[in-house]
Design a protein around this ligand. Sequence first.
Ligand code: ZN
Length: 94
Amino acid sequence: MRARTALLLVAAVPLTVTVAATALKAGHWRLTRFPYGIRLEPLPRPDCPDCRGEGGWWTSGPYPDMEACWCWAERREVSLRLLPRSTGIDEPPF
Ligand SMILES: [Zn+2]
């Protein structure tokens, strides 16, 4: 029974990694690694009819400003903590 479970895990891990990599590539996300986890941030879609992958456009008027496009600004950022944050108590001061 344990060998069967181990075999299923060996088969499932590469499949999970493949699905995650496909989702990242298809969803136009940027993966950022930081010391305690990862962050997924949306990127502008190259096929967007409004910004054409630029992520926004400049407004006109005396004070032009960059307006963010809906194709990335309305999607949520996802942060995943993989390790607990250090409290600093058990670390040396310098
Ligand atoms: Zn857009």
